[in-house]
Ligand binder design. Sequence first.
Ligand SMILES: [Zn+2]
Length: 483
Amino acid sequence: MTKYEPTIGLEVHAELKTKTKMFCGCLNDPDETTPNVNVCSICLAYPGSLPTINKEAVKAIIKVGYAIGGEILNHSKFDRKSYFYPDLPKGYQISQYDLPLVRGGELRGVAVERIHLEEDTARSSHAGEGSLVDFNRAGLPLMELVTKPVIKSAEEALRFAKELQLTLRYLGVSDADMEKGQMRVEANVSIRPKKLFSGKKLGIKVELKNINSFKAVKDAIENETERQKKLLEAGERIRQETRGWNENRKESFPQRFKEEAEDYRYMPEPDLPPMDFDKEGAINTQEIKESLPELPEQKRIRFAKEYGLEEGSDELERLVDDRGEAEFFEEFVSELKITGGGKEMVKLGVNYLDSDLVGIMKEEKATWDSLKITPENFAELITIVGGNKVSSRSAKDILREMFATGDDPGNIVERMDLTQIVDEGTIENIIKEMIGKNAAAVADFRKGKETAIRFLIGQSMAKLRGRGNPALVEKLLREHLSK
Ligand SMILES: [Zn+2]
């Protein structure tokens, strides 16, 4: 059987988080639910209205360009892309054609072709009779990033899309929420027989649209690769076309066929001056480059190096994925260091942070901004647990109490009487009682059934209300059982 190799290129659109729209002063408010509130003669394209360039949006694209190591074009311009669509009142879209703001660059090993700036279209909905158009979205600044056709699998495409979302969030240029349509992915998928691989010739390209979640990125590409394989294996031809992805049915459907490249009749936008960053008073690109924040990949590398977290580990990925969690992490670790906590304590802290605290926060739908627990108090909790002053079971109760009240863990330990029992005499009394009460388990253990001791430890710990030091309980139990 012939093996096929997929080649994937992505086109990602992201709505920029600017105060106003791309070419007018209307508000860019994604939370506005009343239709057609944020509109004016410019974004509704009344005759004679003149657009102006939103510098904030241009700066955002330059940031993204530097973040992926691309080349910022000092001479760039806007063009009109003509096509007819009801959600485009002008009959054309202002975009960038031959001189995009950014060329080249790379993210998570995927080479980027270009990034340009354009305006979003209106949102149309088809409810009841006819269709409704909301122009609040018309003219919002939209970034379009196009990768080179170099992606070899659905997983790789997914990893790229996630990293791009994270990068946009780190840069603060877009919330890039796919479910809200703030980030939209299109995939160009083609396959070619592996053994016939010759030079750069790619197979027939199919464009996938309506990909509205990360899961859909993976599902749609996998499904399309399979569909094309089946066609080729059956001796059929692949048609160059655009297909929409139906997430519920887990299948794509034909939207339109493209036998030839579409003619958008691009022309330079006559109402906007070309952008020239060399000119005096223009946007200072160098300043933007120097003000970039730490990026996700840089953070991964630094966290691995500084805190001994394992490269590629899930906990490291999760920390970097959530800026709030990463900040909290760094703050409590610096507190730990003041009290002399080493790498082991950091590891213990990451466990409590990443599974326990994040777990409680998810359950309670809490955010890092509203969290009552301070990094200082969290570091103190880790010091208490690490120093065996409370059992790990009590630590979870203390954490919950800290979450609810914001209280100091030392106070909670005293108030709830949770200090770990390390007094041998107290523990021995309980153990003797449990050995007397559970003759069957004792006999099992003495016959060599090792698991029977787990039961006895459990019984003793319950009697100690979870406050016994588990290692000490086990040690004393073994001593008494071997008598
Ligand atoms: Zn407007």
